[in-house]
Write a protein that binds this ligand. Structure first.
Ligand code: HEM
Length: 457
């Protein structure tokens, strides 16, 4: 007799808005979150044009257009100034917001710290953070977004500055970032909003105060590290590597203030995103207990303190993590601005338009993926899945401006999942289905609540 497939619920997806709405209704939806402010046709369209009173924007789902913007001519599609305006109080001129020669120089200094070989040196600190996350995980009902934020922040502090999240300054930075996000939840959405370009400059006073406090704390960390480097007593971690690397073209190192900008973005980009991805992955595993058992089984073959090579062999955990990144890309949309007149699928695009690339829509595009809304980690081992991923999988962006921490995150995610699934079982809680919303990253409107059971040793 043929086995009946078990039908699992589809992972949650926000309800789209009606095709036509007034500008006021659009703004209101936008304030709630950018995902439900979009019409359903974006899951089928190759491109969509939005006309607003202040600028035009074009959402590109056509893989050829995405490649043109990110890979072929990235210098002609710089990051929008609207993004920089919104993020300046916290990030100054960090690599995330700069363009042109300034950005290229910053990447030349930062990239060596994240290269494959170097990741191996960073790995022991990552492992220590994953073991601490297992030791910290309570049983019973747990809000896992919060737990994963804590874990991912711990990874960043340990790998960057060789300090755990319990360190006094690290704990303060973590705490202040939460306050910052509460005062400025629409932070990087300024670029999408159909408002005049001076609007995003209106930072609230609380946001500025919070940003100044965070930068003060980070300054203490970088000054202490500069002194250790000078004394020859600095630990061999990411901060030391970045602060001692000279630009191969100019021989310059980062000035102290510039290093503060970079640490701020490493913390923000490196912990919010990983936390979001890990929390959604745990939810998907809770919805699919058979897959959860496979991840746990694979992890049981690891030693108590698995080495780097063993983590690289965690195929099931990696496929599950990728599938979670597909369904819930932590960075749901990215914005660029075109410098030259462009022809997009026969439509003339004047310079200065906002070009929106949407991992959220690409990853669930009905013409680019089979069963786009289903959780199916097996797809990563099929030819069709690989083909779709080459055309339409952008969780870390692509081209020269690809996420600096992509390799780092692809070790951190499977490692964390494997150790957690080996130690605990996760179950969904009836009536508490998380609703995805996008503010800074893709989060759940009221958190992700799971029931956690310790597995027998
Ligand atoms: C699952 C985890 C992560 C995801 C999904 C992710 C995703 C992304 C994406 C989509 C971008 C491009 C944004 C844009 O162009 O507008 C980006 C940029 C960046 N990410 Fe990540 N990221 C992750 C983890 C990390 C980690 C762990 C670090 C560092 C420790 C990091 C550091 C950065 C930096 C520095 C940039 C700016 C690169 C540039 O503009 O040149 N990210 N990330």
């Amino acid at each position: 007799m043929k086995d009946c497939p078990i039908r699992r619920p589809q992972p949650p997806k926000p309800a789209p808005r009606p095709d036509k709405v007034s500008l006021l209704a659009y703004l209101r939806l936008f304030r709630r979150d950018i995902l439900s402010a979009q019409p359903a046709r974006l899951y089928r369209a190759w491109m969509a044009e939005f006309r607003t009173p202040f600028f035009r924007s074009y959402l590109c789902n056509d893989p050829a257009l995405v490649t043109r913007v990110l890979n072929e001519r990235p210098d002609d599609f710089p990051k929008s100034n609207r993004i920089r305006e919104g993020l300046a109080p916290l990030l100054g001129r960090s690599v995330f917001v700069t363009n042109g020669e300034e950005w290229k120089r910053q990447r030349r200094i930062i990239d060596p710290a994240f290269e494959g070989g170097r990741l191996k040196d960073t790995y022991p600190a990552m492992l220590a953070a994953a073991q601490a996350a297992v030791a910290r995980m309570p049983e019973g009902e747990v809000e896992v977004e919060e737990a994963m934020s804590h874990a991912a922040a711990d990874v960043i502090f340990r790998t960057l500055f060789s300090i755990p999240i319990e360190n006094q300054i690290a704990a303060q930075v973590f705490h202040e970032f939460r306050a910052y996000q509460r005062t400025q939840p629409l932070l990087n959405l300024a670029a999408f909003l159909p408002l005049p370009s001076w609007m995003p400059r209106l930072h609230r006073r609380a946001t500025k105060r919070s940003a100044a406090l965070i930068r003060g704390l980070i300054t203490q960390l970088t000054e202490a590290r500069a002194a250790e480097i000078a004394a020859g007593t600095a630990p061999d971690d990411l901060a030391t590597k970045i602060m001692t690397t000279a630009d191969p073209l100019t021989g310059e190192r980062f000035a102290a203030a510039e290093m503060v900008d970079q640490v701020a973005i490493f913390f923000l980009a490196g912990h919010e995103t990983s936390a979001s991805a890990l929390a959604w992955t745990l939810y998907l595993l809770a919805l699919h207990p058979e897959v959860q058992e496979e991840v746990a089984e694979e992890a049981r073959a690891l030693s108590e303190a698995p080495d780097f090579a063993a983590v690289a062999r965690l195929r099931r955990a990696r496929d599950v993590f990728r599938e979670a990144l597909r369904l819930y890309p932590p960075v749901p949309m990215m914005v660029r601005e075109n410098r030259c007149p462009e022809d997009f699928r026969g439509r003339k695009v004047a310079p200065g338009a906002q070009i929106v690339l949407s991992p959220w829509h690409l990853h669930r595009h009905e013409r680019l993926w089979a069963n786009p809304d289903s959780f199916d980690p097996d797809r990563w081992q099929t030819e069709a899945g690989r083909l779709s991923s080459r055309e339409a999988f952008l969780p870390f962006s692509a081209g020269p401006r690809v996420c600096s921490g992509a390799g780092f995150a692809m070790v951190e995610g499977p490692l964390m999942l494997a150790l957690l699934a080996r130690a605990f079982r996760f179950e969904p809680i009836a009536g508490r289905e998380p609703i995805p919303v996008a503010h800074l990253t893709v989060r759940a409107r009221a958190g992700i609540h799971l029931r956690v059971f310790a597995r027998p040793a």
